[in-house]
Each structure stands twice: as structure tokens, then as C-alpha cells.
Design a binder for this molecule. Structure first.
Ligand code: PGA
Length: 262
């Protein structure tokens, strides 16, 4: 796994955004895998800036989001469709018809999950998948104990995730306990994976992801099986790694090699 340790959240967002910009500039009709949560917001701001200043165009890009709450319409302010419109899609030149978020309001969610998988395949698969990580090591809404081979499906949220996300809902407002999420097997089929984590409260999950045993107890640890993963973290999220200096050394060697190849 490539682990990039940077000073702070702003550097994490810039580094992550550059991977997406390079991807789209290399392949205009890239298929992006996108994520919600607080962590990707700064990266999306970078992408919006880059789009406005002509450094990248989303005109031919399509996207698939990781997950959605079951039971919320896309017009609900807490839905992930709404989030994506607000945080990215409304501010760049993407054709919204090419943006997919799992349908939280489908009459038959089980069939909708199968269709979501088929739609990803029909687009040629995901070129780069963006991930955040939960304190419990979840990716998407694949909570601990999720099968490491799981596909897009309906998933029950843990109490910890419901509590972590309660901050987005006003008091007394209905908060879903079920979701539709891409599976871990689905995520592992993306050609490249970019995982972002910032802050002390993610340090344990990052340690388990990078240095722990591969286990359904930490769903993100399954990424150790993927051949092209970049874990981008700030100092705080890296603070429980056994040997952060080693990862910094590797990254400096990588950068030196790339500079020589230019
Ligand atoms: P956060 O969520 O970015 O809001 O911390 C990450 C996640 O739960 O995947």
C-alpha cells in the first residue's frame, strides 16, 4: 500500500485532488467512484477550483457514488445525492445524467443493487475510487463483519455510525438505519483506490487498515489485496502507525524517481 503522510487536511485534499485531475486529463471519459462525509469536501473544493480555472473538465466524466441512505429521496437534504449536488456536481461542468448515486427510494432495493453493479460494469468499471474511512474502519457503509467479497447491497448501519452521522440530522428528524452500499468486492474491482483520512480520531482505523491483519473487523484492511491503493493521511491520522518515517522515506524516494523520469 502506498501511504502518503502530509502536514494537514489541506495538503491531503490537494494531493488527492491532483490524482483525480491527472486521471481525467489522461482519460476525458473517466469513470469516478465518489464518496460523501466530511473528509472529501475539501478535495471537492479543489476540483471545483481546478474546473473553474480550466485545469480540468468533467464534460465527459461519469461517476458512481459509494452509498446512500435507504428511505431518503434524492431531494432530502440529508441524502447523499443532495450532498453530491451541493458539494460538487452543481459547481462543475459534469452532466448530471452521468452521475449515479444508489437509489435510496427504489421500490425494490434488492433489484436496484443488482442494477447498480451492472451499470458500473456497463461503463467499463471505475477508474479511480475515492474513499473516506469510519472510526470503525468502514468503507462506504461496509461496517465491521461485512464480507470482504461483498457486492452492492442493503446494509444495516452500526450504532457507532448512526451516532457519528447524527450531527447532520436535526433533533427529532428521522435518521435512517439502513443503507445501500457498494460492497468491498465492488470497491476492490476499481482500477485505483484513493483513501483519505484526517484527524486523530481516524488514527486507530488507519493503523488497522495499513498494518493490521486483513479482517472483516476492519473492512478497509481488505484494501491490502488491491494493487493500486493510495492512503493519504495527515500527521494526526498517521500518529498510531508503527513507523511513519518509513512511509515518508518511501514517498520521498518515489518523488525523486518521478522527477528523474520527467
Ligand atoms: P467522515 O466519514 O469523512 O465524515 O469522517 C468518513 C466515513 O464514514 O466514511
Amino acid at each position: 500500500m502506498k501511504v502518503v503522510i502530509l502536514k494537514d487536511a489541506a495538503e491531503v485534499a490537494q494531493y488527492g485532488a491532483q490524482i483525480f485531475i491527472d486521471q481525467i486529463n489522461a482519460k476525458a471519459n473517466s469513470v469516478l467512484g465518489l464518496a460523501t462525509g466530511s473528509t472529501p469536501v475539501a478535495l471537492y473544493k479543489e476540483l471545483i477550483e481546478a474546473n473553474k480555472s480550466g485545469k480540468v473538465s468533467f464534460k465527459d466524466v461519469s461517476s458512481f457514488n459509494l452509498d446512500e441512505y435507504l428511505g431518503l429521496e434524492g431531494t432530502h437534504p440529508q441524502s447523499y445525492r443532495y450532498f453530491m449536488n451541493e458539494q460538487l456536481f452543481d459547481h462543475v461542468d459534469i452532466d448530471k445524467a452521468n452521475t449515479q448515486v444508489p437509489p435510496g427510494n427504489d421500490a425494490n432495493p434488492i433489484e436496484a443493487c443488482k442494477k447498480y453493479e451492472a451499470d458500473i460494469v456497463a461503463q467499463g468499471g471505475i477508474d479511480v475510487q475515492l474513499l473516506g474511512i469510519g472510526r470503525n474502519g468502514h468503507i462506504g457503509f461496509n461496517e465491521p463483519s461485512s464480507s470482504l467479497a461483498s457486492r452492492t447491497r442493503v446494509k444495516t448501519l452500526t450504532k457507532e455510525t448512526i451516532d457519528d452521522n447524527a450531527r447532520f440530522f436535526s433533533e427529532g428528524e428521522y435518521q435512517p438505519e439502513l443503507s445501500i452500499t457498494m460492497g468491498i468486492g465492488t470497491i476492490l474491482e476499481s482500477k485505483k483506490v484513493v483513501l483519505l483520512a484526517t484527524g486523530e480520531n481516524k488514527a486507530e482505523a488507519i493503523k488497522q487498515t495499513v498494518e493490521g491483519a486483513i479482517s472483516a473487523s476492519c473492512p478497509a484492511s481488505a484494501l491490502q489485496f488491491h494493487q493500486d491503493v493510495v492512503v493519504i493521511v495527515d500527521e494526526a491520522a498517521a500518529s498510531q502507525l508503527d513507523d511513519p518515517e518509513f512511509f515518508k522515506y518511501i514517498e520521498s524516494q518515489n518523488q525523486a524517481l518521478l522527477a528523474k523520469l520527467k
